[in-house]
Design a protein around this ligand. Sequence first.
Ligand code: HEC
Ligand code: HEC
Ligand code: HEC
Ligand code: HEC
Length: 558
Amino acid sequence: MGQVDNVILVPTSLIRFFGTLCIGLILLAAWFFGGLFSYSLTGSGNAQAAQNDPVPIASTISLPKPVAKWDKPDLAIILTGQQHGYLLPCGCSRPQVGGLERRFNFIQGLKSQGWKIAALDLGDLPHNQGLVSLSNEQGLIKYRYAMMAQKAMGYSAVGFGEYEASLPLFNALAEYALNDPLPKVLGANLKDREKEFPDQVGTWAKVETSGSQVKFGVTAVVGPGIAGKIQDPRVKFSSSKDALAQSLEEMNKAKLDLKILLYQGVLKGVAKGASPSEALAAVHAFPQFQVVLCLSEEEEPSSNPIVVTHPETKEQILIIRIGMKGKYIGVLGVYKNPTVGQPYKFRYTIAQMAEDYLTPASAKKNHPVIDLMERYGKELKADNYLSRNRQVRHPAQVAFAEASPVYVGSDKCKKCHESAFAVWKKSPHSHAYQTLVQAKEPSNRQFDPECIVCHTVGFGFQSGFTTLDKTPILTDVGCESCHGPASEHVKKATDERWYKVLNPWKPQPSETAKDKELRLGKIDQFCQKCHDIDNDVHWTNKGFERKWPLVAHPTPVD
Ligand code: HEC
Ligand code: HEC
Ligand code: HEC
Ligand code: HEC
């Protein structure tokens, strides 16, 4: 179990707990084989009509496929989390998955069919470290834009975790919650909430959706595993058990249909015999929550919720994980059920934010999320984010004490390496910057460090690309993007000490087949610094074997 927290089960209940896990698995299996997922829960069943839901409806977007077969629920709750800074689909080559624009369209699609929608997010909206070698300059601004987009989508509440705390939390809250109460940031067990972060973090929220009878409460806690990882000294947590007991007491007075817990902790121990996790322990300690959204450890979520039946109350609790990077969203349909003793039923599915939810041309104008992303690009440009990134030393700049090479640009290599230059010039590497200039929706990508870092020479390294004005010769993926800063070599090409630094992949004269395989493996690894799983989705399919011949440039032997 490792972690110590008050919500962890006392040992005497462990046996029961395992029994429950098995029941959970049986229920899951029943769902697999039984087709439709639909089961009942008991609850107060007490609801009132409610107010505000201002988002306009775009009738141009058709009903998303995964839920097209459902009866219209009394309320659909969108569940998301762990976006990790991916405001846009997560990479370069198509097909790409994710992005807030598609999420908006998905929700609009549901609304255009008359569905009533509420939305909740577990937190971890920004990334907690910079891309590639960058410092996390964009964490805060992305957090703000993610929150603005969630507001546009009608989110009611959002948790926070390790990722927000890395900004640190004080800055994250000042960036958004200080100025805007919606979506409400929740953290019921955040210590000294009012003293450290006055009016910025709530304990729970009551969610009412106009036109829907379903009224629910949501609260959020940070579990001990995540609390232990948070280094922000202003962020301390009290026991989640006490905090949840307090929230529940207040929630019970509010006569809600449903109670949902956003749990910043992971779900382990699903397999039989594994040790129970924090998230499960929390679920057990608080059977009053019908739905728990907890952290995923994998990028791709499981499409099935885990169903746990509490041993004492016999309540069934739905545990949901939703993966990372906003690639998927969860849709929970809540159906009021007139049957006595079964006030409502649930349906649940996940939807992949695939190209099905691209914005139709007719809906692009005044699209709130497209507009936000465009503003994001403009703000990066106006505030000159390109100049904000720290520059570290490239390994070649510390190779020898007496000389630290700087970047000189690909044109300098042309006269001595004509054939290599010709190969490069023809390759897409030589116009990688122009690709960013031409990009649309959003535009201004050439001012975004998170794009520039792989589409220029030496960004993030001393003397590398900073802006087009200051370093016009360092656009595109140039010779030195792969070979490192080469001023010393250009000054004195006969100085053999630099050869190894420039080309660590040079074959030994006596290279065996095995050596060659290893060496090519190293080059492959190197390419993947840029051709990573996000940005080149095709690399895994023999990408190196296919692509290296297209850019290889051995010096011709004459
Ligand atoms: C004045 C001529 C000259 C210029 C300019 C020049 N090189 Fe070279 N380069 C050489 C010579 C000579 C060698 C050694 C023979 C060889 O491997 O071709 C060499 C070797 C290399 C090697 C291979 C080292 C090895 O042992 O495998 C790389 C990589 C390289 N140069 C990159 C560059 C880059 C990048 C630039 C531009 C920034 C550049 N060179 C500019 C002359 C030059
Ligand atoms: C500094 C980042 C970076 C590195 C390192 C890099 N690439 Fe690229 N590569 C790019 C970018 C950016 C593009 C897209 C250029 C464009 O179209 O604007 C690209 C495009 C390509 C293309 C053409 C498009 C395609 O996927 O078929 C090939 C081929 C390619 N790279 C091969 C390689 C190989 C092989 C390596 C390793 C030896 C490598 N690249 C290393 C950034 C990089
Ligand atoms: C980690 C490195 C990396 C980052 C960061 C990166 N790119 Fe790329 N980009 C690549 C590579 C590699 C390719 C070539 C992929 C391929 O051919 O499959 C590429 C290709 C592209 C292409 C051409 C795609 C095509 O199909 O022709 C566009 C457009 C692009 N990138 C835009 C962006 C934008 C916008 C950003 C910032 C949000 C960005 N890139 C950030 C590495 C990167
Ligand atoms: C995408 C990364 C990449 C880019 C861009 C690139 N190179 Fe290379 N280069 C390599 C790799 C990897 C090797 C080692 C290949 C090998 O020896 O099998 C290499 C090898 C070389 C060699 C040694 C060739 C030989 O036969 O030993 C030279 C010279 C060279 N590059 C020069 C250049 C010049 C000049 C440019 C720009 C015009 C350039 N490279 C652009 C990755 C790159």
